[in-house]
Design a protein around this ligand. Sequence first.
Ligand SMILES: Cc1cc2nc3c(=O)[nH]c(=O)nc-3n(C[C@H](O)[C@H](O)[C@H](O)COP(=O)(O)O)c2cc1C
Length: 230
Amino acid sequence: MTTVLIIYYSAFGHVATLSKAIAKGVEGVEGVTYKRVRIPEFSDPNIRVVNQRSTDQQEGLAKHFKLTKRIEDYDKVQQEQESIPIATMDDLREADGIIWGFPTYLGSMPGQVKSFLDQAGQFCTTGELEGKPTALFTSAGSIHGGHEATLLNSLVPLLHLGLIFVGLPYTKNPEYLTDQAIGCSPYGVSTLAGPDGSRTPVAEELTMAGRLGERVARVAKSFTLTRPFE
Ligand SMILES: Cc1cc2nc3c(=O)[nH]c(=O)nc-3n(C[C@H](O)[C@H](O)[C@H](O)COP(=O)(O)O)c2cc1C
């Protein structure tokens, strides 16, 4: 059996929702299963972004663009995810394919994810992840907030690890060829949380998320059978 690892960090649940849609796509491929794990929050509460704003800011841009929603929402999402296992280095070793998901923070990956990836730096020298297919998904506050930039710049560390990037091609994903503000692009899956975080992933984004899972699953299965890099 081929196993695709879906590894994610989510503060307010948008990325967690996408991870479930991706899992459905993976398990739709015969002979492939998935393991869904989460990258943990920083153990020091003082450096968690969610704690930066203890009171609502009612002035200027902060009134419109709420980077962090209410702490109650954050706590609820974290509780819902308690049953999801914490990601380990062995999860990466054992997977035949790896799909990474995280919110867009300042047009890039959150520190929690970078910190986890830095631990995985050991695999640059051992080569244990080389040749495994990989893909990315993210959530951003706004259509112009850098979801595509995040997917693109997050590819860099994955290439250092020798992973083989799988995107989301045009002909199979006509939904993103639109003038409507929805996520997803050739670089991977994305959703838009909205400036106040109230938007949830729409049907088109969830459909494309499933297709990305399916695509990685097909490549991983094929690599498992043919072992092209051995
Ligand atoms: C520190 C921080 C930085 C953020 N930076 C961006 C950004 O650069 N662009 C953007 O569109 N949204 C930005 N956001 C909004 C998040 O992307 C949004 O809350 C996220 O998509 C929600 O995903 P989640 O529900 O899985 O946590 C930022 C949020 C935080 C907390």
